[in-house]
Ligand binder design. Structure first.
Ligand SMILES: NC(=O)c1ccc[n+]([C@@H]2O[C@H](COP(=O)([O-])OP(=O)(O)OC[C@H]3O[C@@H](n4cnc5c(N)ncnc54)[C@H](OP(=O)(O)O)[C@@H]3O)[C@@H](O)[C@H]2O)c1
Length: 302
């Protein structure tokens, strides 16, 4: 199958990762990088040096779709310029709620006029995290969602966890659960052959942790975990009732521009199946985001 030819518009954090991921993929190819005139003379990193750089989407050749990676306040104008050429677009503009809805409406009108599909808000948040939030709410109607972007670490608890036999290193974070109570998240790097269950029991049995909700997570490398860009805990508690109490928890540590770029590429793969108009991730079947790997993904993950 012919690869989908993409232009990356704006070569900042997200644009760079998009370009790199496209160049590593088998089903996508990088047709051009579109930059402002002030930056267009700059040298591209090694694997991208053969890629044409233009200052206007109209100068780029053979573009099936464009990934808009410019600052949020420039997305609407850039989208309008690209759609005028009938080129489908993907953006990940960091807009939420009513603002995202208004953006989608405005892009929808342009997309209809220029007869091209557009996918908006396709990043991490908004984007994939919004989908997790939405699924959590669908599964626990009337419940309470809490999103925490930072976790504070507790030195005393970290020190205790490091003394447990089999633990090479530990990091203990305090997080406030939806009901207002504290939870302890203990990340442990284990000695070779150490039993994670025994270590979890030993940590939970220590007087410092007794009576507290303590979750223990073995990790490969604490140093790597601490260096990672960002983290989020999405905590959803259903209403207690006759059908039991559902508690859903997503914990993620990630580099936001990498996850955003991955979602933008997935959205681009879905574009060819869509009629003109604007769509958000909620409008797109998951199988379309997998592109040519849809059948395999269905067998592997459903
Ligand atoms: N949904 C999510 O989770 C998520 C997460 C992160 C970012 N984003 C979105 O991704 C987009 C890019 O973010 P980023 O972190 O990569 O930003 P960035 O590092 O600031 O890069 C933006 C790039 O756009 C170009 N640019 C700068 N000012 C411009 C202007 N006024 N008009 C047109 N182009 C301009 C520049 O590239 P050149 O020098 O090559 O022209 C700049 O490097 C934003 O829309 C942001 O909201 C979404």
């Amino acid at each position: 199958m012919k690869p989908l030819c993409l232009a990356v518009v704006g070569f900042g954090r997200v644009g760079r990762v998009c370009a790199e991921l496209i160049s590593l993929s088998h089903d996508l190819s990088l047709a051009a990088i579109v930059r402002r005139a002030a930056s267009a003379g700059g040298k591209l990193p090694e694997p991208l040096q053969h890629i044409p750089v233009t200052t206007h989407i109209g100068q780029a050749k053979d573009v099936d779709a464009a990934l808009i990676c410019v600052p949020t306040n420039a997305v609407a104008e850039t989208a309008s310029q690209i759609l005028e050429h009938g080129i489908p677009i993907v953006d990940s503009a960091t807009l939420h709620g009513d603002a995202l809805h208004a953006h989608k409406d405005a892009i929808h009108k342009l997309a209809l006029r220029h007869k091209a599909p557009a996918i908006v808000g396709a990043g991490w948040d908004p984007g994939a995290l919004s989908m997790f939030r939405s699924w959590f709410a669908l599964l626990t109607p009337g419940g309470l969602t809490e999103t925490r972007h930072h976790t504070g670490s507790s030195l005393r608890h970290t020190t205790m966890a490091r003394t447990v036999t089999g633990v090479k290193d530990a990091l203990c974070a305090e997080v406030r659960a939806a009901d207002g109570n504290f939870q302890r998240y203990v990340y442990v790097e284990l000695e070779k052959g150490a039993d994670p269950d025994k270590i979890t029991q030993a940590i939970r049995a220590d007087p410092l942790f007794l009576g507290e909700d303590t979750q223990v997570f073995p990790v490969e490398s604490l140093a790597a975990l601490e260096q990672e860009g960002r983290g989020v805990v999405l905590d959803r508690r259903g209403l207690p009732g006759r059908l039991g109490h559902q508690h859903l928890l997503l914990e993620a540590r990630f580099e936001e521009s990498v996850l955003t770029a991955r979602v933008m590429l997935a959205a681009a793969r879905a574009l060819p199946g869509f009629e003109p108009g604007a769509y958000s991730l909620a409008d797109i079947p998951l199988s379309a985001l997998w592109g040519e790997r849809a059948d395999k993904a269905e067998r592997d993950w459903l």
